[in-house]
Design a protein around this ligand. Structure first.
Ligand code: CAO
Length: 576
């Protein structure tokens, strides 16, 4: 038996009418519990709305640009009876992610109703965090983490101020980032930061003291606000700044929230996630018209810092705009694609692109237009290799895996990367240096029902053929089941795209930036090959190597594929 449950926006803290900046799923999709469905972004926070249970997405009632608040219904999920016990009764957030049953009010149970004065919300009440109304001259107050929604123990990933700094009301002090949200903690009032009690790596929850500040004495124009402030404890959490104040008021200063948000389709080549950047950095990028997809992040997990963004802009200025601003065509002067009403010519049906297609499309486009690609074609005689492969099939099966030509190719590619290490590099952020990698992580393109994914086999140089076969099977199964983790898709040095199991004689693969080359493999065919004395039937494997001509010259590419063919022609060389 199945039933339908509503999907609602969970407790998202002090935010209201937050724009949906990305829809990650489509109606009809099969969804895992906690899978992210949509991404919301205000000027102070970025957060994902997770599925309350596993099931099939029946309807999705929001699209990019819509604004949502806590409790809003964003769709319906069809779940089996043993699933989705959190089936929403309309009482609020349908979020099973943290296991904290928000709909049952567990969060509020933890801070029972007896001391409303101490509630961060309460102390925020009515002041909007922008008035310094209750603060007397030189008053020192604790700064506490405001209501951050259904999040607990969220790591501090950036400290944006230092002790002694003069801060403005609402200025971001810290950035917190969980796996589902990034949010800035704003200064409750203007003043001077006396002390900071947290550092990067600390974990904080709602109500935690993160520092103390001396508030600027401005007096209050509003007695009510004075009362509100003085009714709170000295240490009560100062008012968190409700960032989306403008739209909440419905005022005409729609500000950034009404502006088209920066789409997250800008991410790097990892299709599982968005580029990590604080809301402040995203806002700055939006103001500068910078596409974060083109910015190299130097922080943990490739996180883009303000310095990275500034460096990116600086390089763009210095190189005459080499870095592209966010614009169709990546800043290239290309004609707009024609908008055609196909229904004029016959029956049509329009379906949304899959999430992966939406994410990888812009990256493929960027790589295609910004990297000068050249493709070198070659053939490898794999007659002996294939005989050995067939002979080792039973061993592979006994080890619970499958020995395909691709496994040998990974091994041979590692040998070629060692011989020609320039293929194992990436261009430095400034475009003026090369980063030489001493490790050998090989990406493999996998065709999945939802689109192309590129999981990475780590340390391929240290693995046996059976190990590689095992990794390949495991990662491609995970890719097809949509279960790859972010880590399993990052850090590749060189990619292989094998269409050999399907067919074709050659193709021109697109380089997976920041890598500098990719090997395309087509179907091996038995061909008559002239040995100098006679034609012999040999199994020939077509190779198509696309390379970044800024880094690699044609002669290098020809040597690389020749070497590869050489190794594949006599697999004993893989041992060398
Ligand atoms: N020549 C001849 N036969 C080949 C071959 C080749 N180059 N490569 C594989 N085969 C054979 C295999 O031996 C296997 O045959 P058996 O079942 O008889 O042993 C069959 O083709 C199917 O192989 P496979 O596809 O299951 O396994 P694989 O290791 O070759 O590839 C994977 C794994 C995940 C890379 C592949 O399934 C895949 O998804 N390929 C598509 C990649 C892609 O889409 N690239 C395009 C990117 S650009 O859009």
């Amino acid at each position: 038996m199945s039933k339908r449950i509503e999907i609602r926006v969970p407790d998202i803290g002090d935010f209201e009418k937050v724009p949906v900046i990305e829809v990650l799923v489509a109606e009809g999709d099969t969804i895992e519990a906690e899978q992210s469905l949509v991404t919301l972004e205000s000027d102070k926070a970025t957060m994902e709305v997770p599925a309350p249970a596993s099931g099939r997405l029946v309807t999705l009632t929001v699209s990019e640009g819509d604004e949502v608040s806590e409790g809003d219904v964003i769709g319906e999920l069809e779940v089996t009876d043993d699933n989705g016990e959190s089936g929403d009764d309309g009482s609020g957030a349908a979020d099973g992610s943290a296991g904290d049953s928000p709909e049952s009010g567990a969060a509020s149970d933890e801070s029972p109703d007896e001391s409303p004065d101490e509630s961060p919300d309460e102390s925020a009440g009515g002041t909007s965090g922008t008035s310094s109304g209750g603060a007397s001259e030189d008053e020192e107050v604790d700064i506490r983490v405001p209501d951050i929604g259904d999040f607990d123990k969220v790591p501090v990933i950036e400290v944006l101020v230092a002790e002694g700094d003069a801060v403005e009301a609402e200025q971001s002090l810290l950035t917190l980032e969980s796996d589902k949200a990034t949010m800035d903690i704003p200064a409750p009032q203007s003043g001077t930061l006396v002390s900071l009690a947290v550092q990067v790596g600390d974990e904080v929850s709602e109500g935690d003291v993160i520092g103390r500040m001396k508030t600027a004495a401005r007096g209050s124009a509003d007695g009510a606000e004075d009362d509100a402030a003085s009714s709170g404890q000295r240490d009560a959490a100062p008012a968190p700044a409700p960032a989306p104040a403008a739209p909440r008021d419905g005022g005409d200063d729609a500000g950034d929230l009404k502006a088209p948000p920066v789409p997250f389709a800008e991410m790097g080549r990892d299709p599982s996630s968005i580029p990590h950047a604080s809301p402040a950095v995203r806002k700055l990028a939006r103001e500068l018209g910078v596409d974060l997809a083109g910015v190299n992040g130097s922080g943990a997990h490739g996180r883009i810092t303000e310095t990275d963004l500034k460096q990116h802009v600086k390089s763009a200025m210095q190189s005459g705009g080499r870095a592209r601003a966010a614009a169709p065509g990546g800043g290239l002067a290309v004609a707009e694609s024609p908008k055609v009403d196909f229904s004029k010519f016959g029956e049509v049906e329009e379906k949304p692109l899959s999430r992966i297609q939406k994410i990888s499309g812009p990256n493929l486009h960027r790589n295609w237009v910004t990297i000068p690609h050249v493709t070198q074609f070659d053939e490898a005689d794999i007659t002996e290799m294939d005989a050995f492969r067939k002979a080792s099939k039973a061993d592979a099966e006994a080890a619970g895996t499958k020995m395909t030509p691709l496994v040998f190719l990974i091994k041979a590619v590692v040998a070629a990367l060692k011989e020609y290490p320039k293929f194992n590099t990436s261009l430095g952020a400034d475009g003026e240096s090369l980063v030489w990698k001493k490790y050998f992580h090989v990406g493999v393109a996998v065709d999945t029902p939802n689109g192309l994914m590129v999981p990475v086999i780590r340390d391929a140089d240290r693995k046996s053929l059976l190990d590689l076969a095992h990794d390949l099977t495991e990662l491609s199964d995970k890719a097809r089941d949509g279960k790859l983790s972010r880590d399993e898709m990052t850090g590749g040095c060189f990619s292989i795209s094998s269409l050999g199991g399907i067919g074709g004689t050659a193709f021109t693969p697109i380089i997976n930036a920041p890598e500098v080359a990719i090997l395309g493999v087509s179907k091996a065919e038995t061909k008559p090959v002239w040995t100098g004395e006679a034609f012999e039937p040999r199994l020939m494997l077509p190779l198509s190597l696309s390379y970044d001509h800024r880094v690699i010259d044609g002669a290098d590419a020809a040597r690389f594929t020749q070497y590869l063919a050489h190794v594949l022609g006599d697999i004993r060389r893989m041992m060398l």
